[in-house]
Ligand binder design. Sequence first.
Ligand code: HEM
Length: 460
Amino acid sequence: MSTTLGAHSAASTASLERVPLRRLISLYRQGGALHALESIGRMAEGAIARIDLGLFRPYLITDPAHVQHVLRDRADNYQRGVVMWKPVSRLVGNGISSEGPLWRSSRQVLARVFSAQYISHFTERMAEAINAAADDLLARAADQPVDVRREMNRLMHRAISLVFFDDRLSVAEIDRLGAAVSAASSSFMWRMAMPFVPNAVPMPGDRTFRRATRTVDEILRPLVAEGRKRPPGGHDVVSKLIEAREEDGTPFSDQRIRDDVVALFVSGTESTADGLTWLWVALHRYPEIAERVYAEIRSEVGDGPARPEHIRRLPYTQMFLQEVLRMHAVGWAVPRVAVDDDVIAGVPIKKGATVVLSPYLTHRDRRIWERPEEFDPERFTPERIKARIQRHGRFAYFPFGGGDHVCLGEQLFKIETTLIMASLLSRARPVLRNDGPIESQLTLTVRPSRPVQMTLQAHR
Ligand code: HEM
């Protein structure tokens, strides 16, 4: 086994460099999977890397021009369709998380529901719900450390409750739904590792999967049935899916609606919880930079409550958030399969090959980012963004992906996160209470290696 590196100049012929398996194993042994990934990224320096794992030989792509080629210029030739997908589709069906006509009809309706304009129907109530939950959190976290991920999930579920269900599901039920979706998602690891095993053959995790999907159905099916009896015109996800039509004009079935809601949960909640957790780690780690965030929020929001109009009056807070997602690109891998033969930067990509784009590595490419290991929100001033785009193109920074499958939840994430920050940080600042260091861990997302514990100290 080996890793083969190809040149990154579009005009050049491929220059290849082999890294023996010994090297890969030694990188893994030195510092785990993330260290190995980072090291390959550094060696490649934007060139295409071929990770040779025997039968599976994906290409790792990090140069912004190559990313643009896959996600935008030749998007028709690069589709989702990894074999690992089969077990996931048992949970999320074949709508928004797939490809083809069913994806297109889901995407069409959901792109509208998740646009800034549609979400604005909910921001007023979202701010109220987040302020109320923040009051509760501030009271609990004043002296006793709380688990950041769990608390961020709770806050996020309040926003989701509105946008997905127009508040027709209680927060307790959404927490239950979230837990079931999360249990189901982690139950099919074995099936993902061995996708060719038929469903009829029992495997570890099957029982958890069945129990979790039963809970999901118990919660969502009555909600869809009740939604069908309501007058049309609702702005929430379920109402819009009920009004949606397939390309041939048939309405979405109950199963299809249930599948898309679950798919949104799967795509949206894990990455949001990870992104929000890194946010608190960054505020604690970089106190001088965090002071500027607190000062901006205090000057605009005072002692609260946070309101929708504050969102666009907090530019430094937004820059801080962008830098969090640069350093901690939680969706670290965006995989695609080549539909037909292609050539990228002189490297032939055969039909059926898997290419993996990695925002995590692109965001740490030294050719694009000065001192990429340093946390610096100033990278995101409008002037510097413009200069970067002119020099390196739009895909130098792509935490939310790009092209046809660009993340649907980007606006929702920004709105809910800014409201959460404004509501909590107008009154308090975080202090992490973990004993040891918090490292990054590579799983399906990049997440903190241990649960993050924090208290919230009232501003003096
Ligand atoms: C920090 C938060 C988030 C990050 C970093 C993130 C990242 C991403 C990325 C990289 C993709 C592209 C995947 C691909 O091209 O294959 C994506 C797609 C997607 N995201 Fe997000 N996401 C976040 C939050 C959300 C939220 C809050 C939602 C919805 C509630 C959401 C829903 C989706 C959906 C449905 C897709 C697939 C879209 C399609 O295939 O048409 N995401 N996300």
